[in-house]
Design a protein around this ligand. Structure first.
Ligand code: IPM
Ligand code: MG
Length: 351
């Protein structure tokens, strides 16, 4: 099979971790007789520096004509402390999500048996944790009306959702729940917010289409607490954009390292695959970042391209590297650690 994949390394450690994913994907392609044509494009601060736009039209063209997009990370500290900056790397990410129609952000959290003691949570709480958030990604307060009034002394951001936006996200949640344990949790703040009441009403109306799925409704503050207390109570969780942003960072802690969790952003056609961690500027260029989240994101990509054996080959080799201690310093516990590029080489050789 011939695949065309858009490659967006982005900022910070993005290029380094993306390089490892490319090595591993090429090794998988070789093993299964595929040919991957990588189309590199600019995003984030790297794109601002080069062409003054964090998501240039040319990049959009490349993404929308590819079979999938593999993305590293964006963000640069030089923009973080400058509230007056006119263009920011994050604007590129939001525009990319919107223009590619990536409304469903799939963020799994699971534990690796060999790393269970890396988690700050007690072993007995997290053994067997395996849950997935479906975060709505192109609506809500991220894209609502915002502004200043009162000579700049009052600021507002609004959270707006339509029934159609909620339905399409919830449908993906119901479908995923059917493939998994049949448990779906709708996370909202329906005791306070009108938009949350529309979420609840919409999801409740869909329940009869999916009689096999057992749906619960929980307030976001309670989920924030129960997620780290009893993570094994959850399987598939659906939620709006901002709640999902916050809860998925919280959930990533369960696995023990930010450097491990992959993600997918899906729409009607194209999918974008990226590690959940950010650009980690302190580590950029040092060849120390953990590439596994990006490599596992590539596995999600193969799954969605209906190449599940290829995806399994990636997950197997990642598990083997963890079991054999071929890990970057974040997982080495002060013992022998390997460089980002060495982990990538090992994975590619052992696929
Ligand atoms: C994420 C990030 C982004 C978000 C930022 C970088 C805009 O935190 O992907 O979770 O808030 O969506
Ligand atoms: Mg976030």
């Amino acid at each position: 099979m011939k695949l065309t994949i858009a490659l967006l390394p982005g900022d910070g450690i993005g290029p380094e971790v993306i390089d490892q994913a490319v090595k591993v994907c090429d090794a998988v392609a070789n093993k299964f007789n595929h040919e991957i044509n990588w189309n590199k494009a600019l995003t984030g601060a790297a794109a601002i520096d080069a062409v003054g736009d964090p998501y240039p039209e040319e990049t959009h063209e490349i993404c929308s004509t590819s079979d999938a997009v593999l993305f590293g990370a964006i963000g640069d500290p030089k923009y973080d402390n400058d509230p007056s900056a006119k263009v920011r790397p994050e604007q590129g990410l939001l525009r990319m999500r919107k223009k590619l129609g990536l409304f469903a952000n799939v963020r799994p959290t699971f534990t690796f048996p060999s790393l269970i003691d890396k988690s700050p949570l007690k072993r007995e709480r997290i053994e067997g944790t395996d849950l997935v958030f479906l975060r709505e990604l192109t609506g809500g307060i991220y894209f609502g009306k915002r502004g200043r009034e009162d000579n700049g002394d009052t600021a507002y951001d609004t959270c707006t959702y339509t029934r159609a936006e909620i339905t399409r996200l919830a449908r993906k949640g119901f479908e995923l729940a059917m493939k998994r344990s049949g448990k779906l949790c709708c996370v909202d703040k329906a005791n306070v917010l009108e938009s949350s009441r529309l979420w609840r009403e919409t999801v409740q109306a869909m329940e009869k289409e999916y009689p096999e799925v057992n749906v619960s409704y929980e307030f976001v503050d309670a989920v924030a607490m129960r997620l780290v207390q009893w993570p094994n109570d959850y399987d598939v969780l659906i939620t709006e954009n901002l709640f999902g942003d916050i809860l998925t960072d919280e959930a990533s802690v369960i696995s023990g390292s930010m450097g491990l969790m992959p993600s997918a952003s899906l729409g009607e056609s194209i999918g974008l695959y990226e590690p959940i961690h950010g650009s980690y500027p302190q580590a950029a260029g040092k060849d120390i970042a953990n590439p596994l989240a990006t490599v596992l994101s590539a596995a999600m990509m193969f799954d969605d391209l209906d190449l599940s054996e290829e995806a399994a080959a990636i997950r197997d080799v990642v598990n083997a590297s963890l079991a054999q201690g071929i890990v970057t310093e974040d997982l080495a516990d002060g013992g022998t650690s390997y460089k980002t590029s060495e982990v990538g080489d090992w994975l590619a050789q052992n696929v």
